[in-house]
Design a protein around this ligand. Structure first.
Ligand code: ADP
Length: 629
């Protein structure tokens, strides 16, 4: 049973462990999925927000640049149209004319805020410039290699941004052709500084860059990135850059791009190494817009740090939620499994109990059957025993008969011898005609035969088969009858009998004559014991004691010898003289009382005399139908 239970518990445990592993795996997979999705969605969301902000900033920078450049765009045009300016281009100029031209350019620069204003002849030679009186004046320099000059010489407004070859400062150039009739005499050039615009951007959180068509960063709110290219430059690009001398001799190193999801104008993620290398890299969301007129592309690089940390936070929150869900689920699962376990245990316990009850019931039934069989056997054995006992009693009596033959032979031989001698005497006396004396002898013979008849009667009683039918008897009636039988003998002895008994007529189941015989025998023995007393007294008391009735008969004789108490109920025990007692009275009484289901015992009264106590079962209810007296 115990093994079986352990096995069940073991199986349950294995099942539960497997369930736990599967549950854990499922929970971990679900958690991983949730975290991945959260990361993906939140990144998308927060990067979108970053992008929206970056795009707004880009709009702002665009219009900023547009405005700044637009302001200067018309200045060279206006100058080129002016007759006085055109006059400067009609060669050759004297010193005075040159001075005026220089002054004019300086005035224009001062008034418009342009960095430089200068005039170039058809060969590209600068003949007048606003910085004519500075350390490094443009005057005398030929900038014919500049694309803006070539464009102006083709009759268009030239635009170009470049690092100044003379000044070493970055600027945006506008060049307008100066016409005489259809001939182009030269170009009026205005250079706008980009430094101020750039300076205004540095304070911004986002990084702003302006790149040329080759991807070289020309303007940057982050100074380190100036003149760096977004991608390594190929030979053709380097060639073109060299020709335009846009960046003079600046070393155009590519930016250290660690990773980018894709290159190109659309918004994309780009990771750029910092000053100390890859470990210092930062990720940006890059949004760009081309400004075709200006010939450049403006890009805003917004750091994704905030978006990423927001995504991390969201993912962590999701992880926390998962963990809580997981814990709650685990708790619920644990509770449930405990509940299920308890139910199963209770079910098993009740099954076990039922089984035990069944087993016990079966045991009891078997025991019952066995008991009934045993009872039957006992009853049979008891019947056998009773039979054996009866047989034994009978056999005992017969043995006693053998034993008594000696006593009997003595008992009978003596009177027989006496009868013989009385008979001889009587014959002799009759022969001698002494009839009176002969008659006396005959009388003695008669007495002796009467006594022998009595002995014989006793023996008959003793040898009878017991268990004759018993009837309910009223004890007081039996006692009264017996005492009235004895009246003459009592009177002769001068004896007084006192009878004390309850008012209620107690009943016993007995044989009337036999019970009378017992009482008679006891009274007779008492009278014998008090033979020599003048006033013999006998006290009979009847007491009800539970379901028994006790009849005590006390005399005031010498009592019974201590050594003889145990033997007085033996057959043929007598202390009386030969011829007076056979020693059968008490023995017979003992058997009679026992046949009634009672007992008899003898003791000495403390106040002297013997007490015979007869104990008989009491009939519970007085019966109305009684045996007639
Ligand atoms: P029996 O009377 O023929 O002797 P019993 O059996 O009646 O035979 O009595 C046996 C013996 O018990 C008597 O011989 C006597 O010794 C003793 N006995 C009986 N009754 C009394 C008594 N009331 N007082 C003293 N001894 C008694």
């Amino acid at each position: 049973m115990g093994d079986h239970r352990q096995k069940i518990v073991g199986q349950d445990g294995a099942l539960r462990r497997r369930g736990l592993v599967i549950g854990l795996a499922a929970a971990l997979s679900a958690t991983a999925l949730v975290l991945a999705l959260t990361w993906y969605w939140s990144s998308d969301l927060f990067l979108d927000q970053t992008q929206v902000r970056a795009a707004a900033k880009l709009d702002l920078y665009n219009s900023n640049l547009d405005g700044a450049l637009g302001k200067y765009q018309s200045v060279p045009k206006l100058l080129a149209l002016h007759d006085e300016v055109a006059a400067f281009f009609q060669a050759p100029l004297d010193d005075e004319a040159l001075r005026r031209a220089n002054e004019l350019t300086k005035t224009v620069s001062l008034l418009t805020g342009a960095e430089d204003t200068y005039f170039m002849d058809a060969e590209g030679l600068t003949f007048a410039a606003s910085n004519w009186d500075s350390d490094r004046p443009f005057v005398g320099h030929n900038f014919s290699y500049r694309p803006y000059f070539r464009e102006a010489m083709q009759g268009r407004l030239g635009r170009f941004f470049a690092l100044g070859t003379t000044s070493g400062r970055r600027g945006y150039y506008f060049a307008s052709p100066v016409f005489r009739d259809r001939e182009i005499l030269g170009a009026v050039v205005v250079k706008v500084s980009l430094t101020d615009i750039e300076a205004a951007w540095t304070a911004d959180e986002e990084k702003v860059i302006v790149t040329d068509p080759h991807g070289v960063i020309f303007v940057s709110s982050y100074p380190d990135w100036r003149f760096r290219s977004l991608a390594p430059l190929d030979e053709a690009a380097l060639q073109a850059i060299a020709e335009s001398r846009r960046y003079q001799s600046v070393d155009l190193r590519p930016l250290d791009v660690v990773a980018q999801d894709r290159a190109g104008p659309g918004p994309h993620l780009i990771r750029i190494a910092g000053e100390t290398g890859v470990s210092d890299s930062a990720e940006y969301l890059m949004v760009s817009r081309a400004m075709p007129e200006a010939g450049w592309t403006v890009s805003v690089l917004a750091s994704t740090q905030l978006a990423r940390s927001q995504s991390i936070t969201a993912t962590l929150m999701a992880a926390l939620a998962c963990l809580i869900t997981f814990l709650v689920a685990a708790l619920v699962w644990q509770r449930r499994s405990r509940f299920v376990e308890r139910i199963a245990y209770q079910r098993r316990a009740s099954e076990e109990l039922e089984q035990r009850v069944e087993e016990r019931t079966a045991d009891l039934t078997t025991a019952n059957v066995r008991l009934e069989r045993e009872i039957g056997e006992r009853q049979a054995a008891e019947a056998d025993l009773r039979q054996a006992q009866d047989d034994l009693v009978q056999a005992g009596k017969l043995a006693a008969l053998g034993q008594m033959s000696a006593a009997l032979s003595h008992e009978f031989n003596q009177p027989l011898a006496a009868i013989r001698s009385y008979a001889d005497n009587a014959r002799l006396l009759i022969e001698r005609d002494r009839h009176g004396e002969a008659g006396e002898n005959l009388q003695r013979i008669r007495d002796l035969t009467a006594r022998m008849a009595e002995i014989s009667k006793h023996l008959m009683t003793f040898a009878r088969k017991p268990r004759r039918e018993l009837r309910p008897l009223v004890l007081s009636e039996v006692l009264d009858d017996t005492l009235s039988f004895l009246r003459i003998r009592l009177e002769r002895a001068g004896a007084v009998v006192s009878l004390e008994q309850p008012d209620r007529g107690l009943q016993v189941r007995a044989g009337r004559v036999r019970l009378q015989h017992v009482i008679l025998n006891l009274v007779s023995n008492a009278l014998d014991a008090m033979e020599n007393q003048e006033h013999p007294r006998i006290e009979i008391t009847v007491v009800e004691k539970g379901e028994r009735v006790i009849v005590s008969l006390r005399d005031h004789g010498p009592g019974i010898d201590r050594e003889q108490v145990a033997r007085i109920f033996d057959p043929f025990f007598t202390t009386k003289d030969v011829g007076k007692g056979l020693g059968l009275g008490l023995s017979i009484s003992y058997n009679i009382v026992r046949d009634f289901g009672g007992s008899i015992r003898a003791e000495n009264h403390p106040g002297g005399g013997a007490v015979f106590v007869v104990d008989l079962p009491l009939l519970p209810l007085p019966e109305t139908v009684l045996e007639p007296a």
